[in-house]
Ligand binder design. Structure first.
Ligand code: ZN
Length: 222
């Protein structure tokens, strides 16, 4: 379903209290802006959505109190590169529809972008904070691989996309570390991503996922 149709349905169903249509439109958006990391990882829609699309979603989410959509939406615009930041701030329309981040959400965008960028460090923290891994037969060799992965991560952190960071470090670790270290870092990277996801709503100045899911449950009749 096209976003402009979803927005129209939401505005009309909200205004005239057509709950069935409202729920259907919100369910569609919810599948694109999930509340769980596993759902986020499965859905590849984010690779195709544009900045103005995300901003249109943030605006309609504000209009109809669909706050559970906001952490994912803010995360996706936080990953904006230098040129895109202008677009985040200057976007004024999507498909001839007037859309814009409110001044409060512009501040939220800057604050959350900074924190999301810093959070990349926590995802890979175990690479430098843990000592030699038990059962590692080549501690020095694996340590050097970890440092190489960290160097690659440092170059990537400026992208403010910590959830994708493991795609940068994992090929290095999995190729050149021993089996014991590969097993260890597979677990810690997964935990680091999950820890970050758990804090994402707070980073965006929103209630925790559990509360957002309760709001979604009431809105969707789950
Ligand atoms: Zn090792």
């Amino acid at each position: 379903m096209q976003l402009e149709i979803i927005i129209s349905i939401l505005q009309l169903s909200d205004k005239y209290h057509v709950d069935y249509l409202r729920r259907r439109a919100l369910a569609h958006l919810s599948s694109r802006y999930p509340t769980t990391l596993s759902a986020y990882d499965i859905d590849k829609f984010r690779f195709h959505a544009s900045i103005d699309w995300h901003i249109a979603v943030i605006q309609i989410a504000r209009e109809v109190d669909a706050t559970w959509l906001l952490p994912s939406a803010f995360y996706l615009i936080a990953a904006a590169k230098d040129d895109d930041i202008q677009q985040v701030l200057n976007t004024s329309c999507y498909d001839k529809r007037s859309v814009r981040l409110s001044s409060d959400d512009q501040v939220r965008f800057f604050k959350s972008s900074l924190q999301i960028s810093i959070a990349g460090n926590t995802v890979v923290e175990s690479l430098h904070s843990s000592g030699a891994i038990a059962a590692c037969p080549q501690p020095l060799g694996c340590y050097l691989v970890r440092m190489r992965a960290l160097t690659a991560a440092q170059a990537y952190i400026q992208n403010a996309d910590p959830l994708d960071l493991s795609n940068t470090v994992w090929p290095i670790l999995s190729k050149d570390c021993c089996t014991a270290c590969v097993t260890h870092f597979k677990t810690t990277l997964k935990a680091g991503r999950q820890d970050f996801w758990n804090t994402l709503p707070a980073i965006c100045g929103l209630p925790p996922w559990e509360e957002l899911e309760r709001i979604r449950g009431r809105a969707l009749g789950e």
